[in-house]
Design a protein around this ligand. Structure first.
Ligand SMILES: Cc1cc2nc3c(=O)[nH]c(=O)nc-3n(C[C@H](O)[C@H](O)[C@H](O)COP(=O)(O)OP(=O)(O)OC[C@H]3O[C@@H](n4cnc5c(N)ncnc54)[C@H](O)[C@@H]3O)c2cc1C
Length: 474
């Protein structure tokens, strides 16, 4: 019997992580740098250590843990959108799972009664998970640019206001939902002064919306979450504007939720992966039923379907917009209009963006399935590595692994979300391990075939040798 907590017991049974086996390269600071210390960064920390890749570093531009990731900053839902029982960063080590943590703190019954994971509990769990692994994340360290060099990557960093360069053999971009592009705000809203608008991805001072008339543009989960949060903060009225004539309610992605489809998705032919991604885009991202209920229960919440904003004006410091239903005035507008993938807009990839193979370079869909946004997604290899448009022009691309929604068309899930973790963190780790191993094949060949001292001599079995026993019996 043991009186260790389930997590400590899980780590005890797991035993020590293997020693680092990756030969050090003179002049190279790291074998792997993980950009982003959110839940993905935490998952990679466990996976890399278990794989014996110990010389890695996790950096995060945020000043500290509380300001990193989305859970305590830009996420406004009460409950995670994803089911509670999906494997997370614990990657099969049950004692480190959310369930184990929750049951330890609140009991089995409390977990059984959870509809989905409360957002704030998920943030606490991730923080606990980092602590359990003894992770040290280098906060206030922003990756500005990746410069390819002969056999490594030079990372231009800004840390504590100072610029510096560090070198690494591999980079994992676990840099969040906008990590392969940007938060998209429609042109009409961009024309408004920044004091009157925000994107759901901004850190909005929701309390300041008390008593205000608020417009929310968009009808997916983040839009409803922003509306719900504004209403709870005492907004006078909140109007949500959707271009579609309905609120999307069919979770298309569920179709690939069974293991065969999920595990093997990256091996599907391009045409099928494209069609699936398109179906998802066309059906729209769905808010959760509780997010809809949270907003709708307020009588001062109004939904406008089939409505698009054109040329809003500023009148007496407020937003004025003419719509089919009349002229409306708002104190603040929030764009809940999601994210776009466009690698050319990522400063980190300035040196390389033109050489990256995109879906549009690789696959030409039938005319009826054409889609510019999907075409802008990188066409990733099975280890999430970037690939070259023209072989030989930018060989270092294969050392940059994309772990953000830029992987959506290639992998069929929004990469970075909890549902991606079970399959994709091990896949990326395995591919990094393989590349690092094969790059030093001679040294490993020598190591695995080198002479090893015998553990016992002939004395240990001489007495049982056939001739010996027979002679003794004579
Ligand atoms: C509002 C909202 C709600 C969501 N709800 C869910 C949900 O319920 N379930 C779910 O599975 N997913 C959800 N997601 C998706 C969610 O973003 C991911 O699941 C999760 O945050 C991804 O974790 P991550 O560690 O990959 O990225 P993040 O948590 O976004 O962390 C990325 C980190 O990278 C750092 N970073 C970015 N650029 C740089 C740089 N250049 N240099 C250094 N550091 C950098 C950032 O500071 C940040 O801390 C939601 C997303 C949003 C925006």
């Amino acid at each position: 019997m043991t009186d260790l907590s389930p997590a400590a017991e899980a780590l005890r049974l797991l035993g020590p992580f293997p020693e680092n086996w990756v030969p050090e390269r003179p002049g190279i600071d790291h074998d792997v740098v993980v950009v982003g210390g959110g839940h993905t960064g935490a998952g990679f920390a466990l996976a890399l250590q278990r794989a014996g890749i110990r010389r890695f570093s996790i950096i995060d531009a945020a000043t500290d843990e509380a300001n990193s990731g989305v859970w305590l900053t830009r996420a406004r839902m009460n409950l995670l959108r994803t089911p509670k029982n999906l494997p997370g960063p614990e990657l099969g080590v049950q004692g480190l799972s959310f369930q184990a943590w929750y049951e330890e703190h609140k009991g089995r019954q409390a977990y059984a009664e959870l509809l989905r994971i409360p957002r704030l509990d998920w943030a606490k769990y991730i923080s606990w998970f980092r602590g359990r692994l003894g992770l040290s994340i280098r906060y206030d360290t922003r990756l500005l640019r990746i410069e390819p060099a002969a056999d490594h990557l030079k990372l231009h960093l800004e840390t504590g206001g100072e610029r510096r360069i560090e070198t690494t053999r591999k980079v994992i971009l676990a840099n969040g939902v906008a990590g392969s592009g940007y938060a998209y705000t429609p042109e009409a809203l961009l024309a408004l002064p920044e004091t009157l608008r925000a994107h759901t991805n901004d850190q909005i001072d929701i309390a300041s919306l008390r008593g205000k008339a608020v417009a929310v543009i968009g009808a997916a989960a983040s839009a409803f979450d922003a509306a719900g949060a504004a209403l709870e903060a005492g907004a006078r009225e909140v109007h949500l504007f959707a271009r579609r004539d309905h609120i999307a309610s069919v979770p298309v992605s569920r179709a690939r939720g069974y293991p065969g489809a999920y595990d093997n998705y990256p091996h599907l032919p391009d045409a099928l992966r494209w069609r699936q991604a398109l179906r998802f885009r066309n059906s729209g991202s769905t808010p959760t039923p509780d997010a809809v209920e949270r907003a709708v229960k307020h009588p001062n919440f109004h939904i406008h379907l089939g409505t698009e904003w054109h040329e809003p004006q500023v009148e007496n410091g407020r937003i004025a917009v003419a719509l089919d239903q009349g002229r409306f005035h708002f104190d603040f507008a929030i764009a809940g209009t999601g994210f776009r993938v466009d690698l050319a807009r990522r400063p980190e990839l300035d040196d390389l963006a033109g050489d990256i193979l995109l879906w549009r370079d690789r696959y030409v869909p039938p005319e009826t399935e054409a889609d510019e946004d999907l075409g802008a997604h990188p066409y990733l290899g099975l280890g999430h590595e970037l690939q070259e448009k023209e072989p030989g022009r930018a060989p270092q691309l294969r050392n940059i692994h994309i772990y953000n929604p830029g992987g959506f068309v290639s992998f069929g899930v929004p990469v970075g979300d909890v549902p991606s973790m079970r399959r994709d963190i091990p896949a990326v780790t395995a591919s990094i391990s393989r590349d690092l191993f094969l790059a030093d094949l001679d040294r490993h060949a020598e190591r695995v075939t080198s002479a090893v001292a015998p553990e016992f001599g002939e004395d240990a079995y001489r007495s049982a040798l056939w001739g010996t026993r027979w002679q003794a019996a004579e």
